[in-house]
Design a protein around this ligand. Structure first.
Ligand code: NAD
Length: 360
């Protein structure tokens, strides 16, 4: 939503049809019928092949195949193979069951073929709510935005996340929180995305500690998935700043794991922007129930057993210089100006696992 030259608010956001509820997976045949789809290619990772088989059993002869080669960061070679498979089997829709990696593969197919995607998320990273796609080739990740890749239907069934380990639950959930945090200070933020962001942050702040205490707590799982939905919707409808750009650089340059990188960097990126986005920082702190958003997020991650240092997730200290150099190269909108000196302090703090500092 933005004010046009007449001073009107215009909300042009696009979101998928959402079905949310424990055991809502059973409604998949109905959702396929609503899309007039009768030939689904089902996507999953090899380690979660049983999820693909469960879908195949549920939709019977409306499944034309299972492609179980989804991988982190959507390698182009896998995407091409999946596109060819969908064409060979004359699929008329793609059903992705899994996290952002599997949903990312479905988006790659949709980008090429315009096939409708039904996403069934099993993590909390929020990718299912966005028209953003990413693919990797020779260690280089390219991302883009295209409405064709936005899933047509998202089926949220919290019981499907019961098997998700506490660690992945936390890091994927904090990845989603990062979407909400940056959405609150985005130049194109609006009252709707801000409402989603605040409620999404509140839900994940409440749900994640309960999941860590008891991974079988279905109410806590529901709260987290609800939070992921809202935070993902923010990412789909508002732009991102320093935090997401930095994580993209760290992921691509140092080959760091996606959700863990977001988890470590977020408190530091917020501290960097704090003086330039005080209202957003206040909203984040309120949603978290703390007085200081960066410190509160750092403490939350630590208390949940998540990584807090880049050196613990594969970064080398001599990568800092290269990352600073890349991060200042392409200018982008961000509350605080992007300055090499401050970025270096940010990355040094994040590398060593120090508390976030507004001096960064
Ligand atoms: P993921 O999809 O990479 O999954 C992590 C691991 O958990 C995998 O091994 C997977 O098989 C396993 N897993 C998934 N669900 C499970 C379950 N319920 N039980 C047990 N194991 C399960 O994790 P992610 O963090 O959701 O996704 C990361 C990817 O998503 C990155 O490539 C990132 O770039 C992308 N992403 C994209 C967007 C977007 O808007 N385009 C947003 C967020 C993340």
């Amino acid at each position: 939503m933005e004010r046009n030259s007449n001073g009107e608010w215009v909300f042009g956001g696009q979101i998928p049809r959402i079905v949310f509820g424990i055991d809502s997976l059973q409604h998949l045949p109905r959702e396929m019928a609503l899309l007039d789809a009768t030939r689904a290619l089902v996507l999953c990772t090899s380690s979660r092949r049983e999820n693909g088989e469960r879908i195949a059993a549920l939709i019977g002869d409306r499944c034309v195949g299972i492609f179980d080669e989804a991988e982190m960061h959507v390698p182009v070679v896998i995407a091409k193979k999946a596109v060819a498979k969908a064409a060979e089997l004359a699929a008329d829709c793609v059903i992705a069951i899994g996290g952002g990696s599997t949903i990312g593969l479905a988006k790659a197919i949709a980008l090429e073929s315009s096939l409708p995607v039904i996403a069934i998320p099993t993590t909390y990273s929020g990718s299912e709510m966005t028209p953003i796609f990413g693919m990797t080739e020779s260690g280089c990740k390219t991302t883009g935005k295209d409405v064709r890749v936005l899933p047509r239907t998202v089926l949220y069934d919290p019981s499907l996340t019961l098997a998700l380990r506490a660690g992945v639950s936390v890091t994927s959930g904090i990845n989603a929180m990062a979407h909400a945090c940056e959405g609150l200070y985005a130049a194109d933020a609006n009252p709707i995305t801000s409402m989603w962001a605040v409620e999404g942050l509140r839900a994940l702040t409440d749900g994640l500690p309960r999941v860590v205490r008891n991974t079988a707590d279905i109410d806590a799982r529901s709260e987290c998935l609800y939070g992921a939905w809202l935070c993902g919707a923010v990412l789909g409808n508002a732009s991102v700043g320093l935090h997401h750009k930095l994580c993209h650089t760290l992921g691509g340059t140092c080959n760091l794991p996606h959700a863990e990188t977001h988890t470590v960097v977020l408190p530091h990126a917020l501290a960097y922007n704090a003086a330039f986005a005080p209202e957003a920082l206040r909203q984040i702190a309120d949603a978290l129930g703390v007085t200081d958003a960066p410190q509160g997020l750092f403490d939350l991650a630590k208390s949940l057993g998540a990584p807090t240092a880049l050196k613990d997730i594969g970064m080398q200290e001599n990568d800092i210089d290269r990352c600073v150099e890349i991060a200042v190269q392409n200018p982008y909108a961000n509350p605080a100006p992007i300055e090499a000196k401050r970025l270096r302090v940010l990355l040094e703090n994040a590398y060593h696992g120090r508390r976030p500092s507004s001096a960064a």
